[in-house]
Design a protein around this ligand. Structure first.
Ligand code: FAD
Length: 428
């Protein structure tokens, strides 16, 4: 038998105003925001804890939320979570930033390395308090389309195959799984060889006992350790898009075997250390993004957008400020679907700027606010009354436009040795 045809009638199990697929930080922010708007909301998550790469993937660092001169840029739900992530565990928030923006300019940036699993539990508490419903261990597999309008999603779980209806769908799978299956135009990325786990050792435990901070008990171990820029990418090892089961498996097996070889080669006594945490999702940075109504690039630095939904800062460089237009989360020809976080419409280093944890949270919040408003206004997400949306986001402590007084006299933007203004489309 060379092929099979699947045909099965599925009754709609339940209908929601908003379905969010993927419970990474962007998806949790979106689901909470939708539920807080009084909309019936379902969050579908394929794993068994919330947070995606930030928790499951062991990427437990809020990169800077500030401009590198002592001014905070990213607020909203992110401002709450950067502190909440560490409420019941360790933090690394610089003391200058512990009580919010410092009184004096400082080069010290506002970041936080947090305990990933405690943050996941905290997000779960926040999600449940919002009234959003949650389905764990459930994969959103197929969008159900009526033309270009999404009327629901098919999930696979212990319950089998099920169909949930929705008025709005927000795809925060990180990989654009649902919108991609709906035929929404997208671009695939490439990923360097990065596989980072956490090791615990007797030496680390001694260090932690001396410092009184359990964080010191952990150190890094893993497979290949290529950087964001591809430094240390081993020769002959392919880059992965991460969009097929074979590629995901190849990436995991390759890196896990490299880690095993490192363990075999280690001189420390085997009773003296253990692998404490392994990422339970592939650590791919950029798998797939929406080709949205606008593609965000670094050439957009210091540019104000009329339809900005949030101001964000560059995590690697001081000063560089950006605004994210609603159009980077939508496509007008798919009226009731939007994305946020890692799969927002961006390219080159612009994709790196927009995909990290703080912008992922804020774009999740913004996508949900826009989707809820679209229900109320009876229009496409891309067509909501933008002033009303911006006012709502501002009422939730989101900085929609960066203040011009934060823009330096020298507006040159150099990314990895190249001038952003000269990089066609922002591509590096
Ligand atoms: C190696 C590496 C280092 C990084 N370093 C940092 C850093 O130091 N600081 C920082 O701020 N950012 C960092 N990032 C980026 C950051 O972690 C992520 O981009 C961000 O967390 C993305 O959030 P997200 O919610 O958009 O997507 P994800 O975190 O990818 O969440 C997607 C969620 O959707 C679920 N899902 C996927 N498919 C489906 C489906 N079909 N159905 C249901 N659920 C599904 C997944 O299980 C997951 O929970 C790093 C990323 C990598 C890979």
């Amino acid at each position: 038998m060379n092929s099979i045809t699947l045909s099965k009638e599925l009754k709609m199990k339940k209908e929601y105003d908003v379905i969010v697929t993927g419970g990474g930080v962007a998806g949790v922010a979106a689901a909470i925001s939708a539920a807080n708007n009084g909309k019936s909301t379902l969050l579908v998550e394929k794993s068994t804890i919330l947070g995606g790469l930030a928790t499951l993937g062991l990427i437990n660092l809020f990169v800077p939320l500030c401009n590198g001169r002592g001014k905070q840029i990213i607020f909203g739900l992110c401002d709450k979570w950067v502190k909440e992530a560490s409420l019941y565990g360790y933090d690394t928030i610089p003391s200058l930033w512990k009580n919010g923006e410092p009184n004096e300019p400082t080069l010290k940036r506002y970041t936080n390395r947090f305990p990933p699993y405690i943050f996941a539990l905290q997000m779960t508490e926040d999600l449940l308090a919002s009234g959003a419903e949650l389905l764990y261990d459930s994969v959103a597999t197929e969008p159900v389309m009526d033309g270009n309008r999404c009327v629901g999603v098919v999930t696979h779980s212990k319950s089998g195959m099920e169909f949930y209806g929705c008025k709005m769908l927000i795809d925060t799978t990180g990989d654009l799984d649902v919108m991609r299956s709906a035929g929404v135009p997208h671009t695939a990325g490439e990923n360097f060889a990065t596989y980072s786990c956490k090791q615990i050792s007797l030496d680390g435990c001694k260090k932690a006992a001396e410092s009184g901070n359990i964080r010191d008990a952990y150190s890094s171990i893993g497979g290949y350790g290529a950087s964001l820029w591809g430094d240390r990418q081993p020769e002959g090892v392919p880059k992965w898009s991460g969009l097929t089961a074979e590629e995901v498996t190849d990436y995991l097996v390759t890196n896990q075997m490299v880690m095993l070889e490192k363990l075999k080669a280690t001189e420390s006594e085997r009773n003296s250390r253990d692998v404490a945490m392994i990422p339970h999702m592939p650590q791919f940075r950029t798998t797939c993004h929406l080709n949205g109504d606008y593609t965000f690039t670094v050439a957009d630095a210091y540019r104000h957008f009329d339809d900005s939904v949030c101001a964000i800062n560059d995590f690697e460089h001081r000063d560089y400020l950006y605004e994210v237009p609603l159009r980077a989360l939508t496509r007008r020809d798919y009226p009731n679907m939007a994305t946020a976080g890692r799969s927002a419409s961006a390219s080159g280093y612009g994709w790196d700027v927009i995909r990290v944890i703080p912008p992922a949270i804020i774009t999740g919040q913004a996508a949900a606010e826009a989707a809820c408003q679209a229900i109320d206004e009876g229009c496409a997400i891309a067509d909501v009354d933008i002033r009303r949306l911006q006012a709502k986001l501002e009422s939730e402590n989101v900085m929609v436009h960066f203040p011009d007084e934060y823009v330096p006299d020298d507006r040159t933007v150099i990314i990895h040795g190249k001038n952003a203004a000269e990089i066609e489309g922002g591509h590096l």
